[in-house]
Design a protein around this ligand. Structure first.
Ligand SMILES: [Zn+2]
Length: 616
């Protein structure tokens, strides 16, 4: 293959840009009506088509044939206005003209030059990561003042990684955008629009913003399938699944990875060939790893990871793959479908659904997300992976805690001290260890159908299983389960209702919220009717669930305690969860703003103004 696929199949028309039709349709319309803005901001993850669309826009603005078609279309429409009679006869011709007037031809000298990225007087591409100084911004400003090369040409500046521009650079750009020279268009592309909002909010309000969507695995598979068809190369569906997963939402990566696979062999593209070429981890390895975690075989983590290292797998891809598999397992545990895993993996996960609690999977996913930024830069990836998996294998399990609490509450054996965990313990041993407490025995005796792998698990650590939760459990059955109106609002009473509250929410289908509440407790109640909840341990997923679900909690609590006015979450002040929490909040906020913008551009402008206030 002489030309890289990513380059060979780079779209030449708006219509060919995958997934981002909400952006390309708007731009196409602007082109057709001759109403192109002076500045655009294209936001979205890497590899989703931001630069590609910017180039297509530049091509369209400078395409000789398109400009010609636009002129003829205008003449045609004027002529038709004079006499309506020939409308029927020439309608198809008008459609063709309209289409030609909104898309670059992709074949003229100008289109070819811009598409191939060859030096062009009229289209300047720059990477802000390497052009971020003040001098460059001044240079840019001076260059922007030059007229485009021809009367009908547009000068298009495409600035990639725009969030890397300095404040000074933005100031210089702001001056240009305030009084834009005719026929000059700036297109800024960024993966981190919130940084631009912080550094250059006033500029944002002068840009027309588009948020690109992440490209889903199904869309990537579809595109790969089309490209391979065109290349007359056969491929197994499973092979395309593997490539699309490794591409992680980036079409560009998907095509580069395909190149990599094709360069290392001939004939049909099989899943094995993809794994060998890309250093991917076979799905079976992930399933085996889930078993190691479920069965708490912490000691088995090291040889397993060692084997992967020897096989030369890419640990970054391993981490992504592990997250995919945990997410799929979570979807199945929650009773949903697991898209984007193979049929075989799905069956394997289905058969393991009893082995994991949703809350534990959430905690593992969160730990993975927290590790990721550090992981990419680390020179000790294998060690980080091993540590993470050992942590997973030793994680205190929600399921077990519940089991133990149930046995304590029901069997009257409460208060017994639980043993320290024995790390070398094997799940196959069905004999209670010497230190096994009476509570563990009573659990085995009373539980109707203990799962084999959990029967021999030791009880969680003493500090987690005793005291407060037990007290809460003991208090619960004493309360009548039907709603009684008009109870006085007291902390002990709210605590007593906590389990009933989670049950009600579960019954209402608020599974995630209920789980979050199971991992938290009410900590204070004020005379003004404020109920404050605190998480047992920092967890962003739970914190967001509770914050978002305050209305639901309030509704249910009011059935018992009409005096409740507000429900709030007490955020743990310190601890390891604090820094990522801030980041997550920002991300959530950014997402909400993006969603609001899509709904209402005027509101978007207002949000920009607000950002300015907040940032300053
Ligand atoms: Zn052209």
């Amino acid at each position: 293959m002489s030309i890289a696929l990513a380059r060979k199949y780079r779209p030449k028309r708006f219509a060919d840009v995958a997934v981002q039709s909400h952006v390309s349709t708007t731009l196409k319309g602007a082109i057709a009506r001759g109403r192109v803005a002076h500045g655009y901001l294209l936001c979205g993850p890497r590899g989703v088509g931001k630069t590609t669309l910017a180039r297509v826009l530049a091509m369209a603005l400078n395409c000789e044939r398109r400009t010609e078609a636009a002129k003829r279309l205008a003449e045609f429409d004027q002529g038709r206005g004079a006499s309506d009679d020939d409308t029927v006869v020439v309608a198809p011709d008008r459609d063709r003209l309209a289409s030609e007037a909104s898309e670059p031809c992709g074949a003229c000298a100008s289109c070819t030059r811009i598409w191939s990225g060859a030096a062009s007087l009229d289209v300047v591409e720059m990477d802000a990561a390497s052009n971020r100084g003040v001098d460059d911004a001044r240079d840019l400003r001076e260059r922007a003042m030059y007229a485009p090369s021809g009367d009908e040409q547009y000068k298009v500046y495409i600035v990639d990684e725009a969030h890397m521009l300095t404040r000074d650079a933005w100031n210089a750009l702001l001056k240009i955008l305030e009084e834009p020279p005719p026929r000059v268009v700036f297109v800024f592309a960024t993966t981190e629009p919130q940084k631009i909002a912080q550094a250059a909010a006033p500029v944002l309000s002068r840009l027309q913003r588009f948020d690109f969507k992440r490209i889903g695995p199904a869309e990537i598979r579809e595109r790969l399938s089309h490209v391979l068809d065109e290349e007359h190369i056969a491929a197994e569906p499973e092979a395309l699944v593997a490539i699309s997963r490794a591409a992680d939402g980036s079409m560009r990566d998907a095509l580069s990875l395909t190149d990599q696979v094709l360069s290392m062999g001939e004939g049909k593209v099989t899943a094995d060939r993809v794994r060998d070429a890309l250093g991917l981890v076979p799905e079976d390895e992930f399933i085996a790893m889930l078993d190691v975690i479920a069965e708490r075989r912490a000691a088995d983590v090291f040889p397993a990871v060692g084997r992967l290292a020897e096989a030369g797998i890419d640990f970054g891809l391993f981490l992504t793959g592990l997250a995919d598999m945990l997410r799929a397992q979570l979807a199945i545990v929650l009773g949903g479908a697991a898209p984007d895993v193979s049929e075989r993996a799905r069956e394997a996960l289905e058969s393991r659904r009893e082995r994991f609690a949703d809350a534990d999977l959430l905690r593992m996913l969160q730990a993975l997300a927290e590790l990721e930024p550090r992981f990419r830069k680390s020179g000790q990836q294998q060690l980080l992976i091993e540590t993470l998996l050992v942590r997973f294998a030793l994680l205190d399990r929600s399921v077990e805690l519940e089991d133990v609490l149930r046995s304590l509450g029901g069997g009257g054996g409460g208060g017994g001290s639980a043993p320290e965990r024995t790390p070398s313990r094997r799940e196959t041993s069905s004999q209670p260890s010497a230190a096994a407490p009476s509570s563990a025995k009573s659990y085995r005796a009373e539980s109707p159908a203990p799962r084999p792998e959990s029967a021999a698990r030791p009880a969680p650590r003493a500090e987690r299983s005793s005291a407060a939760p037990v007290a809460a459990m003991a208090a619960a059955p004493a309360q009548p389960l039907h709603a009684v109106t008009g109870e006085a609002l007291e902390l002990s009473k709210v605590t007593g209702r906590w389990d009933a509250l989670t049950e009600r929410l579960k019954g209402a289908g608020k599974q995630l919220l209920a789980t979050a509440l199971e991992h938290s407790s009410p900590v204070s109640v004020t005379a003004q009717g404020d109920v404050t909840i605190e998480l047992d341990e920092p967890n962003d997923f739970f914190a967001h669930s509770i914050t978002d679900g305050r209305g639901d909690i309030l509704t249910v609590l009011r059935e018992w305690f009409p005096a409740v006015q507000r429900v709030q979450l007490k955020i743990g002040a310190e601890g390891p969860g604090a820094p990522p929490k801030r980041l997550t909040d920002e991300m959530v906020r950014a997402e909400r703003i993006a969603a609001l913008r899509k709904r209402d551009p005027v509101l978007g402008a207002a949000i920009d103004a607000l950002d300015l206030d907040v940032a300053d």
